[in-house]
Ligand binder design. Structure first.
Ligand code: URA
Length: 225
């Protein structure tokens, strides 16, 4: 392991971890995978951003400071999907800028990526009060925006961080433990699941498994042109 990678692992809070070789298994067929909507092809990402900013489709518009559309490279090969903005994201209008965001940055750096090279978005574009879990109705109202983002950005690979994103994108209730570490599909787009950085802050013992998922992500990206 070279010094740089060790530095990144230390930034993630993983001490002297030696990466194992991860074999890439064939993409699992998920029969119930939702497919990304295609009507988005006709609208630009900026028009979509404006539509999100003025959205009042659910009650969350009443308590938000601002919407959190997403950030990063609009032609990214890798798109990270989180759950919903928290306090800091609601204040700044940018996803993953709090403590969980700092860990996400370190996770990305551990595989040679950064916030500018990927695109980061959430299932919900507005903060649920008190950071509660998104309601089904909120997810149903909001996710057409995410589907349109995916259709416009056309990432080669999706990385779902956490249970909420994984369960929505894979249309499943299977535990994260069973979903992580393997290939899935969201429509035609390959998808990998890993732990949410906020979970990893509470459960640092699982950071090693998250790093395995990140290596799988890195290896998968290398195989996708
Ligand atoms: N957690 C998320 O899932 N998304 C954010 O943007 C911030 C915290």
């Amino acid at each position: 392991m070279n010094a740089t990678r060790l530095d990144y692992l230390q930034a993630m809070g993983i001490e002297a971890w030696q990466p194992k070789h991860i074999a890439i298994s064939p993409c699992a067929e998920i029969s119930h995978a939702k497919s990304a909507a295609s009507p988005a092809e006709t609208i630009s990402l900026n028009a979509l951003r404006a539509a999100v900013a003025s959205c009042m489709s659910c009650e969350l518009h009443k308590t938000r400071t601002q919407t959190v559309f997403g950030v990063g490279n609009e032609e990214a090969k890798l798109m990270i999907i989180g759950e919903a903005p928290g306090f800091h994201e609601d204040q700044r209008g940018e996803p993953f800028v709090g403590r969980a965001g700092q860990l996400l940055n370190a996770m990305l750096e551990s595989i040679g990526l950064d916030r500018k090279s990927v695109f980061i978005a959430n299932i919900l574009k507005c903060r649920p009060p008190g950071n509660r879990d998104p309601l089904v109705a909120e997810v149903n109202e909001c996710t057409p925006f995410l589907q349109q983002q995916i259709a416009l950005i056309k990432p080669k690979l999706l990385l779902a961080v956490g249970r909420i994103a994984a369960h929505y994108l894979l249309n499943t209730k299977t535990s994260l433990v069973q979903l992580r570490g393997k290939h899935h599909q969201f429509g035609a787009t390959p998808l990998i699941v890993t732990y949410h950085p906020a979970y990893l802050l509470r459960n640092p013992i699982d950071k090693g498994k998250a790093f395995q998922d990140l290596l799988l992500t890195q290896q998968t990206l290398q195989t996708l042109s």
